[in-house]
Design a protein. Structure first.
Length: 449
């Protein structure tokens, strides 16, 4: 039994929950980053004289950076380690946020948004894997749900900072984000251990000592050099088989990519455009930020609710329900937002459901792949999902310039999210956790994740 399998079978320790909390803290940076642009959208648009499509492009530049970080930086985690890559990515994020705060023009701001996005993409690709690797099989879905909730926490923090900056300097929001990222860099450098799965696979100098030190903190039995030798021998054949992974698993991989693309399209539309659209629909900037804040607050609990529901029903089935409900409530939200208290209440539900969809995509993906292919499979799924994230604000900006109303844009985004449910139906025969008779076997396979 390899180390990851031992961790999967053992009870969760407080130290493991601490690692999940650190990953959640880093995921907060994604939420703060995206919503920093969304909540300062009206002020940034006014200062730089941007059109709708230009503002959409500014949002998309950061998302392009995230795709680059997810797909190009993430593979280096298997060469230098998860922890060093996270530290490098946090450094990039810090530079990007402070640079955007001091940008004299939208071009310079866009450049630093790209740098920030690359850093965030590297962070997300690594922390998603770490949160899963340090969780046992029983609590993996809940741990991923908690981790995903970090986005909503970060987005809420951005909304609170932006609300205090309304009528003042929008750059304050980016300075706050840069400071938070710098704090994260220090905390992670001190507290986050290297992935034991990476140490087992690469076996750098003193790997055994570092592995057993981490296992001791997790209250898991130590391993020996002989255990590592056996794990290496068992993994060598799997490594050779990994070269043709896309051809072997083409259908479920494409369906998973479509799942991520459609969910992220709706997710980033809601989180990027809501305040700006509501201002143009007649709400004050303060009221629009309040409505956007409701979405962020809902997002802090939605992914955890998904994780709880996924403990009693197949994750794919739960995700179908979340996607359909998200689409419906998005329509209700935009037609009710003019009544602030009602828009606030429905917005919180929208935030909970769409954020739960992200947690669902993170949970549904890994069981589709054998243990030795899960990192590369999920890394590319995250990167491909950014296509939806990039298209969402850009397409919305173009349609807005062409005369589309906020209601029409929201309905269009809701249709895209609803399409995710159809993709998930097609994914059923490839998903071991959706077949009742195979759920025990699927859980056993997850132990080797």
């Amino acid at each position: 039994m390899n180390i990851t399998a031992r961790i999967s079978r053992a009870p969760m320790s407080g130290y493991q929950w601490l690692i999940v909390a650190l990953c959640t803290f880093m995921n907060c940076l994604d939420g703060f980053d995206v919503m920093a642009v969304a909540f300062t959208g009206p002020s940034v648009t006014e200062e730089f004289g941007l059109s709708g499509s230009e503002f959409g492009l500014l949002v998309s530049v950061g998302l392009i950076g995230m795709a680059i970080g997810s797909m190009l930086l993430a593979p280096f985690a298997d060469l230098i380690g998860r922890r060093p890559l996270i530290l490098i990515s946090l450094a990039l994020g810090t530079v990007g946020m402070f640079g955007a705060a001091m940008a004299p023009s939208v071009t310079v701001m866009g450049l630093f948004r790209l740098v920030t996005g690359i850093g965030v993409g590297g962070i997300l690709a690594s922390t998603t894997v770490i949160a899963s690797e340090f969780s046992n099989a029983r609590n993996r879905g809940l741990a991923v749900g908690i981790y995903t909730a970090g986005y909503g926490i970060g987005a809420t923090a951005a909304s609170l900072v932006a609300k205090t900056a309304v009528g003042g300097d929008w750059r304050t929001v980016f300075y706050a984000g840069g400071t938070g990222t710098l704090i994260a860099l220090v905390v992670i450098a001190v507290a986050l251990p290297e992935s034991v799965a990476f140490l087992e696979q690469r076996r750098p100098d003193d790997a055994l000592r570092r592995i057993n030190r981490t296992l001791s903190r997790m209250r898991v039995e130590p391993v020996t050099d002989a255990d590592l030798d056996r794990a290496a021998a068992a993994g060598s054949g799997a490594g050779r088989a990994a070269s043709g992974w896309l051809k072997q698993l083409l259908t479920p991989t494409i369906l998973l990519w479509l799942t991520f693309i459609t969910i992220m399209f709706g997710f980033y539309f809601v989180n990027s455009w809501t305040p700006t659209l509501l201002v143009e629909e007649g709400l004050s900037e303060s009221a629009a930020v309040t409505a956007g804040m409701a979405i962020s607050i809902g997002g802090t609990v939605g992914s955890v609710l998904y994780g709880v529901a996924a403990r009693v029903r197949p994750p794919r089935v739960v995700l179908i329900g979340f996607a359909l409900l998200s689409a419906a409530t998005m329509v209700v939200f935009i037609v009710s937002a003019s009544t602030l208290w009602l828009g606030f209440a429905v917005g919180a539900v929208v935030g909970a459901l769409i954020n739960g969809c992200i947690a669902g995509a993170y949970t549904v993906g890994p069981p589709l792949y054998p243990a030795h292919l899960r990192s590369i499979g999920m890394g590319w799924a995250l990167g491909m999902g950014r296509i939806g994230a990039i298209l969402s604000p850009t397409v919305a900006g173009l349609l807005k310039d062409a005369g589309a109303s906020a209601t029409q844009l929201y309905i269009g985004a809701a249709v895209v999210v609803a399409l995710c449910a159809l993709v998930l139906v097609a994914l059923r025969r490839h998903d071991p956790e959706s077949r009742t008779e195979s759920r025990p076997a699927a859980a056993g396979e997850a132990l080797s994740a």
